[in-house]
Structures are given as C-alpha cells and as structure tokens.
Design a protein around this ligand. Sequence first.
Ligand code: MF3
Ligand code: CO
Length: 285
Amino acid sequence: MAKKNKKNWYIPVGQSITELDKKVLAFQDCGVLVPPRTLIKTPEQIEGIRRSGVVNTGVLDLVASEIRAGMSTAEIDRLVYEYTMDHGAIPAPLNYEGFPKSVCTSVNEVVCHGIPSEDEILEEGDIINVDVSTILDGYYSDASRMFVIGETTPEKQRLVDVARECLEIGMKAAQPWGFVGDIGKAIAKHAHKNGFSVVRDMCGHGVGLEFHEEPEVDHYDTRRRGMLLVPGMTFTIEPMINMGTWEVFVDEEDDWTVVTEDELPSAQWEHTFVMTEHGLEILTH
Ligand code: MF3
Ligand code: CO
C-alpha cells in the first residue's frame, strides 16, 4: 500500500487560520479535493472582479443594442474594443495565447472561439454567441450571451433557450460545500432530456485574478465529485449545448475556431459567479 500524501498544500503560509480554513481542512482530512487557498478570494478581490463584471456587462448590453443582420463580426469586435478601452479596461481575449481579436464571435455550428472577421456577415436566422471577457485593474470577468438575428427556426430557438436553462440549472446545482461535479451532472440531465448533447472538450473555469484558473468546471456528467465548492471561489459556468453530436473539432486554418463535428448548431451562455454561503451570485449581471 502506498503512503498517503499528507503534505498540506491548503494551509496559507504566514496567514492566520480562519474558521473557514478549519472547515476546508476537515474536508481535506476526509480525502476531499479542496481548492488551494489562493482560489478563495478576499472581499476586496471579489469587489474588483465585480467592478470588472460591470464593464463586461456594459459591453454585452452595447452588443445587444447594435447587433443586426448585415453587420460583420469584425464590427462587433470594434464595438467591444472601443467600449472596453473607453472604460479604462482591456479586452482579455486580445493577444491571449495569440488570439487576434477582442471578442469571440461564434455563429451557428461554431461552438466557441470564433474569430471576428470582415468577411463574416450576420444573416437573418443566424444564432451567434458573443463571448466577452474584461480585465479591469487586474481583475478578470467573463460572460457570453446568444443573439438570434431576426427570427430563426423553432429548433434553433429551442437550442438557444435550452442552453440558457442549462446555465440556470447549473447555477442552482452549485451549492456551498457541494462539489463542482454537481454542476455538470445537472446540466447534462436537462440537455439530454431535451434531445441535445453537451460539449466535453471545453469547460468553465476559475476566473478573477487570471483569465483561466482552477477549477475546471465540466458541463457533462464526469461521474466524479470534483473539487469542493467553498464560499469565496469565483468561476464561470458556460455550457456549450449541441443540436447533434457532442463531438467537436478545431479549425486547422486558424487553430482557434471550435466547430461541431456534424456541423449542426451549438449554443452557449456564460456568467462569472462568486460562491457565497447561500449559493452562487452572478458577477456579470
Ligand atoms: N472567453 C472564453 C472563455 O469563456 C475564452 C476565450 S480565450 C480566447 O473561457 F483567447 F479565445 F479569447
Ligand atoms: Co469562460
């Protein structure tokens, strides 16, 4: 039998141990995967992320008021860049791991990470995810919405609606002192009940002091408990729901655009949340 690793990586060095720390340590002693102390944000950090979220929401509201048929996705990118900079913030996607634009625009069968382009003109019936991420004073926020251009087919509209319900259901499933795994389990159940599938290759994530932090938040049922959800953790839930197969591929030409394997449509909604003693609070309202 191997010796259990007793190295305590949770205990903060040079910080006093709080009641909350003691509770986390008790879970750790039971063999539960607990978040490193750095993932539990201070009230000051949460306020910083909230302020970043206010700008992020302003960007999405602007896009909501301007988006229409005949517009290119490059125009959306310009709106995002200008509004963000005018508010003293930085679009997090710009130059992130080489991403060339300020926002991700993912139309119809594009699942996520679509790159805005002058050549991509929105048409009546398109469904598009606009994924906005903002850095303000070093704090990150991240949220996305679906937009329906004019009127779409009943099936695509239902996909958009069910994807939104999946986010809401995932949000309710996440409880303090529960587990990350509860989220994907609840989301997958709702998606499957409606005849849709859940993307497995991309996940939600911790966010706040960096763009992508621990934990990974899967939106499907991994059949694992995953990390303990502790008040003060900040993370996204961003289910990608497909009309057909859950399988996806990455466009070889740009190395970014994620597309459904069967090229059927996909929809996604995202918020940044903080875990409180009573459940999740949205920081990107
Ligand atoms: N906004 C995406 C997310 O929800 C990440 C985009 S990375 C980028 O996690 F480089 F494509 F912007
Ligand atoms: Co995200």
